[in-house]
Write a protein that binds this ligand. Sequence first.
Ligand SMILES: [Zn+2]
Length: 138
Amino acid sequence: MNITTKYEIGQTLWLVNRLSARVWKRCVDCDGTCSITLKSGKLSRCPTCAGSGDEGYVFDGMKYEWVVHGSLVVSGIDIKLSKLTKGIRQIEMYQTGGSGFDVSRLFPTEKEAKEWCAKVNAEDPNSDEAWFGEEKYV
Ligand SMILES: [Zn+2]
């Protein structure tokens, strides 16, 4: 069996990462005041956003963005081969300074890494397809 890898030991590669942020939107029931007026005229705490962690706002999900994290030099490559019905699946993990990165997170130039981030962010940065990358069969 001949095993070929996408990159080489000693090669400088560019790493991309997906950043996540919690997104809050202004509460529509109280317009962000966390106070509503009852029929009697009394003010009451908004039942929608009071106690939500940030009064006047409600949690609106996670926002993701892919960014170029920086460059690294490959110090080792872990290869895992698994026999599946589709064929032999090859997983490549690139090691550097004690950390391992999946081949789908790495690019040979900063330009290619930036272009990939821009493409995925324009399409759907939440996509699991981008997160897990392409599978390689050998
Ligand atoms: Zn509210």
